[in-house]
Ligand binder design. Structure first.
Ligand code: ZN
Length: 413
């Protein structure tokens, strides 16, 4: 049986519109913090739809929602499809929900076509991906794979001092339910997410098959020089920390360009000491944020920054480089990447490879199961704002691709 794209698109629109009404800031975007009254409203809607689509609903000890279609194989691992349903303050209607809704619609197609999978299909809706209430982010997925233990979870508080466990109970959730999930119970994890960048829209391509979620490295560079009077110190006698820092920073774009493959390098914070208009700066501390889908590119940039530091450490200037953060790029599962591309082609939906410049729940799952991810275009590349928008047609396209991939992965007939 053919899937009815128009019908899927209509339902996608209706889900997105309904979910967007569950906001603490009506008229000012979606504000849906974890375990808030709006979380409860969205949760009830998602659970209701899961049941309507023939899924068995359960929640875990973090409040993550699972809707399961049993498979015929006994104790077989599930193919998970979903995303998160929390938001940043005054965010949009698509970051997260697009993926949850896509999961729901894949389940709807399984039901409509009366498919019986061998491996279970599980639609999942995750809490606290954004970290807007309890900080850190990726809480739901980290919890599922066991990266957030009971003790750490119990100590989580929001900015008003409310404990996560208390907030859970407030909306009727049970923190004593099972939390961690054995990776053996997961066969694959598929996620649709909005791109949150301009690439797909500019190329006019409706589907991006994610190859990797970029690694993130943060360096902190400290340049020490010699303070002096701005009027009385001759130019050739200066050890100006800021001039040196500026020379270094000016070369970073070239480091990124020479690596290519979407490598980006950013200096977003710079502190100048003593920061007086008539004093030669004796110390500058700045950050270097390096991202790439390939670890090799990240390593090369780190080395270039370090070499640069050595080459400028003379004539009274001393430079040190400290690594504050290092998160490896995560490759998506190659078989799933190929499967998603193949299904897109078969459906006549044009697609391209893309890297994700932002972290996602898929990144967390990638160390524990086989992960695949799709992006759809974001209007003007915008996200985390009320203007965030994606075409429901593109979500419906992605649903078709995910449905075909899920049929294959669950061995449904
Ligand atoms: Zn998101």
């Amino acid at each position: 049986m053919e899937t009815n794209l128009e019908l899927v698109q209509e339902r996608v629109e209706s889900h997105i519109d309904t979910l967007s009404t569950f906001t603490a800031t009506p008229g000012k975007g979606t504000t849906r913090l974890t375990y808030s009254p709006e979380d409860l409203q969205a949760r009830q809607y998602i659970k209701e739809k899961m049941k309507e689509y023939g899924l068995t609903v359960r929640e875990d000890g973090f409040g993550n929602i699972f809707g399961k279609l049993e498979g015929t194989l006994k104790d077989a691992p599930s193919v998970l499809i979903g995303s998160h349903f929390d938001s940043v303050p005054n965010g949009g209607s698509y970051d997260g929900p697009a993926g949850v809704v896509a999961g729901l619609e894949v389940a709807a197609l399984f039901a409509e076509n009366q498919l019986t999978p061998k491996y279970p299909l599980e639609v999942i809706a995750l809490v606290e991906e954004e970290g807007s209430r309890f900080g850190g982010g990726l809480m739901g997925s980290r919890g599922i794979v066991g990266l957030l233990n009971e003790e750490d979870f119990n100590s989580l508080k929001d900015k008003d001092g409310i404990y996560a466990v208390e907030a859970m109970k407030e909306i009727g959730l049970d923190p004593s339910l099972p939390k961690k999930r054995d990776p053996k119970t997961m066969k694959a994890y598929l996620e649709l997410h909005i791109e949150q960048g301009p690439i797909l829209e500019e190329k006019g391509i409706p589907i991006g098959v994610v190859e990797a979620i970029v690694g993130l490295t943060q360096l902190e560079v400290t340049v020490k020089g010699q303070a002096g009077h701005a009027g009385t110190t001759p130019m050739d006698r200066r050890a100006d920390a800021l001039v040196t820092a500026a020379k270094m920073i000016a070369q970073f774009p070239q480091f990124a360009e020479s690596e290519g493959e979407d490598t980006v390098v950013t200096t977003g914070r710079l502190n100048v000491f003593p920061n007086g208009a008539n004093v030669i700066p004796d110390e500058v501390v700045f950050t270097v944020d390096i991202r790439s889908g390939k670890e090799e590119n990240v390593q090369n940039v780190i080395q270039n920054v370090k070499d640069l530091a050595v080459s400028y450490s003379h004539n009274g200037i001393e430079i040190s480089v400290e690594q504050l953060l290092y998160i490896q790029p995560k490759r998506m599962n190659q078989d799933i990447v190929s499967l998603l591309k193949k299904k897109s082609s078969e459906l006549g939906i044009s697609k391209c490879s893309i890297n994700s410049g932002a972290g996602h729940d898929a990144m967390v799952f990638s160390d524990f199961t086989n992960v695949g991810m799709l992006f759809i275009p974001s209007k003007d590349g915008l996200s985390h704002c009320p203007e965030e928008w994606s075409d429901s047609r593109h979500i419906a396209n992605a649903v078709q691709v995910l449905y075909e991939a899920a049929k294959k992965l669950t061995e449904a007939e």
